[in-house]
Ligand binder design. Structure first.
Ligand code: HEM
Length: 539
């Protein structure tokens, strides 16, 4: 339960006052903008026009004419700096000692134990070292072939849903793509090779009450309630019936238990293979690495060891991190292709040129330059992870830019300056702010323009201004995995279907269609709420 101490309130106000007299534009934030509570309240708080507003993109930076804004968290009186400057973000993400991950915000992921995402320092280094070698070129090729296989099975399901002579149907993208990406990570990461139809049938295997996919989706949907409910209430509900609450808590506990039993099955199969000397037969390199790090003695694997809890926790974390982000990105990408037919035509031309027929080889990915631009541009406009919090461990200085903004959104008089940041502060890497920063991306920053990710003789796209996969030592370990999977699915979809705006939205203007179909809300990652499209079979 949150209670606000008057002393901390006075501290916050005085911090704010100090920030103001030093000329920084400052506002009070009532809750830590990076902790879970902020995600829950994201759609409503901070309000529009305030620093930290979830949908603000670059507008607060534009309003104050600087790429570094400051605020103060009322509770704890933490000075908080919001940055949307590529140079500052590069420095903050590269210096792992000075700017450490705000791990308290990730506690929710530590349900079964510590893991790669929710740790810092030496513990994080150990987890990363265990997983790292699994994300290699051979694994990318495996992701490619499995994505091909599963997409083909999905297409035959879509074809069965089609009606009319035009052979078309509206696809609920979030539902289907979540199932698809979950199948891909569970096969390639954990060796659970099931077909689309087997998975869709959702029949629990012997010894289980809930099938694997419903167990995962149910656990994800209960993550936030689990985080918000204090242990005391859980314990109390074991003894006393609490109307409404007891049944919801029971459901939450059951979904996490169900997922745990599925992952324990996966682990025990892998352990048996390692024991029988058949580890090399396992094509799921990630699971093999995790299990070996758990089974081998320290003498055999050095410091790269995992406890039982850490092993279980990492399987759950990779399962989550490895499918939600990619599913949401592909949802946005497919909707954008429906909304921008010219872009879709160029993707189709590129894909048809490089894959005239048959199943393309994983190396084809390099040839899909424009399709890659579509995927990255989607991530620029809809970064699944919108902000990252770093705690400042030593007094430091970061660069920022001042500028004038014209009413048309054109920055001018750009001038660099330095911002002193004290130990104990919080730095928020504002990924939306960075991706919408016209100093880095140009005036047409709001436009969907995949070619901005294609280098030419006179243009090199600004790598440091793209942070969808984070950067530095803590960048996304699954970046190549996600790009391989995303390109494979987008290219395959466009090759087989024409993607259109659903019929019920055809009488609306383009702006209205975009507003509806691209709507999202803050959740564990940015969640597309209305993503659907009409798929029409190509002749
Ligand atoms: C479009 C897809 C994806 C996006 C946009 C994305 C984005 C990110 C971002 C921004 C981070 C940094 C998070 C932080 O520091 O709190 C991250 C970390 C991570 N991602 Fe991804 N990710 C994607 C796909 C994947 C996939 C497919 C996997 C695994 C198969 C994965 C596994 C991880 C893991 C384990 C970390 C933690 C790495 C560490 O702290 O060392 N991600 N991802």
């Amino acid at each position: 339960m949150v209670s606000i101490s008057p002393i901390q309130g006075v501290l916050a106000l005085s911090t704010l006052w100090v920030l103001k007299i030093f000329g920084r534009n400052a506002e009070i934030l009532w809750i830590n903008p990076f902790r879970m509570l902020a995600i829950v309240s994201g759609p409503f708080f901070p309000a529009q026009g305030k620093v930290g507003h979830y949908y603000a993109k670059f507008s607060a930076f534009a309003k104050f004419g600087t790429t570094c804004l400051s605020s103060v968290v009322f509770w704890d009186a933490i000075p908080t700096f919001w940055i949307s400057d590529a140079d500052a973000i590069r420095i903050v993400s590269a210096d792992r000692q000075t700017f450490t991950k705000d791990v308290e915000a990730y506690e929710i992921l530590n349900i079964y134990g510590q893991n790669l995402v929710g740790t810092e320092g030496a513990v994080w280094k150990r987890h990363r070292a265990v997983a790292k070698s699994a994300f290699n070129e051979a694994n990318n090729a495996f992701v490619w072939t499995e994505s091909m296989r599963i997409a083909t099975e999905w297409f035959s399901d879509i074809d069965n849903r089609m009606y009319g002579t035009a052979r078309e149907c509206t696809v609920d993208l979030l539902k289907d793509l979540t199932q698809l990406t979950l199948l891909i990570i569970s096969t390639t990461g954990f060796g659970r090779r099931v077909s689309w139809s087997e998975d869709a049938a959702a029949v629990p295997p012997p010894g289980h009450k809930i099938a694997f996919r419903p167990a995962v989706t149910s656990a994800i949907s209960h993550l936030i309630p689990k985080m918000l409910t204090p242990d005391l209430i859980y314990n109390l509900s074991d003894w006393v019936y609490l109307p409404f609450i007891s049944s919801a808590l029971k459901e939450t506990t059951e979904s996490f238990e169900a997922l745990k039993f599925h992952m324990l099955d996966v682990i025990s199969l892998a352990r048996a293979r390692v024991t029988n000397g058949k580890a090399a037969d396992m094509d799921a390199a990630l699971l093999r690495n995790l299990v070996e790090a758990n089974m081998f003695e320290e003498a055999d694997c050095g410091y790269k060891r995992l406890t039982d809890d850490e092993l279980l926790s990492n399987t759950m974390t990779f399962l989550l991190a490895g499918h939600e982000t990619t599913a949401h990105t592909i949802c946005f990408a497919v909707v954008l292709l429906a909304l921008y037919p010219d872009v879709q035509r160029r993707v189709y031309e590129e894909v048809s040129k490089f894959w005239p027929e048959g199943a393309p080889a994983p190396e084809s990915i390099a040839a899909l330059e424009y399709t890659t631009g579509v995927f990255l541009e989607t991530l620029r406009l809809f970064p699944p992870v919108a902000r990252l919090g770093k705690l400042v461990q030593a007094n430091s200085v970061i660069p920022a830019r001042r500028f004038q903004m014209s009413p048309e959104g054109r920055p001018s008089d750009v001038e660099q300056f330095s911002v002193a940041i004290d130990k104990g502060s919080l730095v928020i890497i504002d990924i939306f702010g960075l991706h919408m920063n016209p100093i880095h991306w140009g005036e047409d920053v709001e436009e969907f323009r995949p070619e901005r990710f294609i280098d030419t003789k006179s243009y090199r796209w600004p790598r440091d201004a793209f942070f969808a996969f984070a950067g530095g030592p803590r960048s996304c370990i699954g970046q190549r995995f996600a790009i391989t999977e995303g390109l494979c699915l987008i290219a395959n979809i466009v090759r087989n279907y024409e993607i259109l705006v659903p019929y019920d939205l055809c009488d609306k203007g383009v702006e209205e269609q975009r507003k509806i179909l691209l709507h999202w809300s803050p959740s564990i990652t940015i969640l597309p709420t209305e993503a659907r499209a009409l798929f029409r079979r190509r002749k």
